[in-house]
Design a protein. Structure first.
Length: 369
């Protein structure tokens, strides 16, 4: 391959990487483009987190035994390239003599690999930050030349830089969202919240000033509506700006329950720290569940169990209220429950709901860490 061809490949890939904002879409597109431009036939990209756990982020033209059952062989277990990456021994593009995953297919006689036995592997990095591995190969190709490895290394650096850009952009968006929530919470507290409080005081004063019983009842009704609206507004402000979350999820949910007039028995077992996105999800789901208890359960006593293991977190919220009929084969009956399930599934978690009339309600979510 000539120098001009290499530059052309890098240029096309750079243009593709600059267009993307979603890492999965970007990786799938750039892998397809790389194979097309280089003539290589098969490729896959592993993203590897700080704990060394890998996930298959993109793949193209995998042999049938590796692609079976939603790429199970690629997603489960370790392999030589991932182990070398995690041990810090893989810092540049190298030839891997054989692929352990493909070798297992051959040893187990699990199917035809189409002549694919070897691959090159390249770490994805930007500066000192590492993101995972790019692996590429072709049937019956058992060795990559130095110029091929140099090109793959340049492409991997482009991919790593793009992943860092996407990560920084997402972080900026999350920061902007938090800032906007805080601003809106302040505005609601300073304007609508104060107006509702004034309305409640005015209605109370009007009730005490009149002797007419019908007018008294009208003012009492207005005061009750204002008090209910104040409660709803305070709950909304809490949702926008979670006071007390800096002291931990249990403290925040306990304070939120107290604000709703609920008694919360909370118990935490296992590790007490959570990744930021998981803690945010637990907070939002917990708020929704406590709000449902307040509105529908006809009880003021709620139990919360939170367990954090090394690889997952489980949160269970129970009440012994009126309950309702629920069939897990049917669609969830309310927007709030659908929202809780959607938040859980967005983090690859599982959402379970059980309830029967007269037997209370239990919600359990489990989110992998």
């Amino acid at each position: 391959m000539s120098r001009n061809e290499e530059i052309g490949i890098l240029k096309e890939i750079a243009e593709l990487l600059n267009e993307g904002a979603d890492s999965r879409t970007v990786l799938a597109g750039v892998l397809r483009k790389l194979l097309h431009l280089t003539g290589l036939k098969t490729g896959w990209i592993f993203l590897i987190d700080e704990t060394g756990a890998h996930q298959l982020a993109a793949n193209e033209a995998l042999p049938a035994p590796l692609a079976q059952h939603d790429n199970k062989r690629m997603c489960m277990g370790d392999c030589w390239c991932v182990n070398r990456y995690n041990s810090g021994k893989l810092n540049k593009a190298v030839n891997i003599i054989e692929c352990q995953r493909i070798e297992n297919v051959i040893l187990e006689k699990a199917g035809d690999t189409g002549g694919l036995t070897h691959h090159a592997t390249v770490p994805l990095r930007a500066g000192n930050e590492r993101f995972g591995l790019l692996n590429v190969g072709s049937p019956y190709k058992t060795h990559f030349q130095k110029d091929e490895l140099a090109l793959l290394e340049a492409v991997a650096f482009q991919i790593g830089t793009a992943l860092k850009r996407i990560k920084l952009t997402q972080r900026e968006q999350e920061t902007a969202l938090i800032t906007e929530r805080n601003r809106l919470a302040r505005d609601l507290h300073d304007s609508v919240n104060q107006l509702l409080f004034s309305l409640s005081l005015t209605a109370r004063a009007g009730r005490e000033m009149t002797e007419n019983e019908e007018v008294k009842q009208t003012f009492s009704y207005i005061q009750n509506l204002a008090q209910d609206a104040l409660g709803e507004m305070r709950a909304l402000i809490w949702q926008l700006k979670p006071q007390g979350l800096e002291n931990g999820i249990i403290s925040a949910l306990s304070s939120y329950a107290e604000m709703l007039g609920l008694t919360l028995d909370a118990k935490l077992t296992g590790i007490s720290s959570f990744p930021e996105k998981v803690e945010e999800a637990l907070w939002r789901i917990g708020q929704e569940a406590l709000g449902n208890c307040k509105k529908h359960s006809q009880t003021t006593h709620v139990s919360l169990f939170l367990n954090r293991s090394s690889d997952s977190v489980t949160m269970t919220i129970q009440d012994q209220g009126c309950g309702f009929y629920y069939d897990d084969k049917l669609e969830l009956p309310s927007f709030g429950l659908k929202n809780m399930k959607a938040r859980t599934q967005s983090l690859n978690g599982t959402f379970l709901l059980s309830s029967e009339p007269g037997s209370g309600t239990e919600i359990q979510i489990q989110i992998p860490i």
